[in-house]
Ligand binder design. Structure first.
Ligand code: 7TS
Length: 397
């Protein structure tokens, strides 16, 4: 068994884990990479001349190379390790904001962003008197690109959109979104948190300026994420946090900064977690991204057909080609009640607004129940969810 935790029993039922958009479980290889690091390699990197420090530094930098190849970045200087998507977006919002945002400027986001791709931009805008413009989406959960085109003005400074919605599963046409923005000379940040484990990502093909993701949503440990940034643009940004490793020379009069990517990696990073991320990439590549995509496509189609037979089910997010998540309600039952009853039957789903309150406002609902998939999800898991829903539906109606 690649994923030991999936053997867990919950209230006497085998665990059916369908909360993968929140975090994926970790394969044995990743757990071993993490334990081996602490058993055999633990030391601070980039600083020591001793054996452990040089070994750990080499391994850490090798993962940077692995990430570069995984997302096809042009250079490993463009790969910044962070704590996760949230920190990656905050890094860009804070530094880009300081450098390029002025009073009256505008940042375009979509109406289906996770709070972590809204609030950092609001903070940056508030500091200078800039404002957000929002791309609306249809009932199915498809962005309105006509409106998007009309949002650009001479004051537009940046576009920030997700690649895949964590609530609706919509795969946004990010390459087209980038093309339109670049036509106006505006850079684009893509929040790839929900895409990175579900499809091949090629940042040069997408043409994006920034791409952010979290390790823990792609089978890696919590505590590590990535910011990809185009070298030319990253070089124009001021540092984010000050501290060790991000400097070249420090005097009390003036400090000069280290080169990329170290300029953005102040302090001791989560070295073991980065090595875990390397093991997670190995895991994905050994399964094959193409076969993961095929498996999840079949699973989505099976699940949508099967769940559609549950009486009183209402789906939110029915865009063609959607991936990863199914959001729904049972009649007018509160999502929390559905989630609690499912849990008692061993089925782990997410309930609530999923950190996307504007989506809930758009549909006029308090939240949804969300089942989300990973490469280890099976049709038997979907059958278990289906059977559990059939069992609880009469109790709630
Ligand atoms: N962006 C998207 C699209 C997300 O789905 C999430 C987390 C984040 C950003 C933030 O990622 P973090 O790793 O920095 O926390 N999404 C979810 C979710 O859907 N349920 O729990 C966390």
């Amino acid at each position: 068994m690649d994923f030991p935790i999936l053997d867990t029993q919950v209230y006497g039922h085998p665990l059916v884990y369908l909360d993968n958009a929140a975090t994926t479980q970790k394969p044995q290889q990743v757990i071993e990479a993490l334990t081996n690091y602490y058993l055999t390699l633990n030391s601070n990197i980039h600083r020591g001349t001793h054996y452990l420090a040089t070994q750990a530094t080499e391994r850490y930098e090798a993962v940077r190379q692995q990430v570069q190849q995984f997302i096809h970045a042009a250079s490993n200087k463009e790969i910044v390790f962070t704590r996760g998507t949230t920190e990656s977006i905050n890094l860009v919002a804070a530094t880009f904001g300081r450098q390029f945002l002025h009073k009256g400027d505008e940042v375009i986001v979509s109406g289906m962003e996770h709070h972590s791709n809204i609030v950092p931009w609001q903070l940056a805008c508030e500091q200078v008197g800039a404002r957000l413009r929002v791309i609306p989406f249809s009932d199915e959960g498809v962005l309105d690109l006509e409106v998007y085109r009309s949002l650009f003005s001479t004051r537009t400074r940046l576009v920030a959109v997700n690649h895949v919605s964590n609530t609706l599963g919509t795969v946004n046409p990010v390459k087209e979104i980038v093309g339109i923005a670049h036509g106006h000379g505006v850079p684009v940040l893509i929040d790839g948190a929900q895409a990175i484990a579900h499809m091949p990502v090629d940042v040069q093909d997408l043409g994006c300026d920034f791409y952010c993701f979290s390790g823990h949503k792609m089978y890696a440990p919590m505590g590590v994420g990535v910011l990809y940034g185009r070298e030319e643009l990253l070089n124009q940004l001021p540092p984010y946090q000050g501290g060790g490793e991000m400097i070249k020379d420090v005097t009390f009069e003036k400090t000069t900064y280290n080169e990329l990517p170290y300029k953005f990696e102040a302090g001791t990073p989560s070295v073991g977690d980065v090595l875990g991320l390397g093991a997670a990439i190995d895991f994905i590549q050994s399964r094959g991204m193409d076969s993961i995509v095929r498996h999840e496509e079949q699973l989505m189609s099976y699940a949508m057909d099967r769940l559609a037979t549950v009486p009183n089910i209402r789906f939110f997010g029915t865009a063609p080609g959607k991936v990863g998540v199914i959001s729904f309600l049972l009649g007018n039952a509160h999502p929390y009640d559905v989630g609690t009853l499912l849990d008692k039957l061993g089925v782990a789903v997410r309930t609530g607004h999923h950190c996307t309150q504007p989506i809930m406002d758009r549909y006029g609902i308090p939240g949804t129940v969300r089942a989300s998939f990973a490469c280890y999800t099976t049709t038997a898991d979907i059958d278990a969810l289906h059977a559990a829903l059939l069992r609880i539906e009469p109790m709630l109606m």
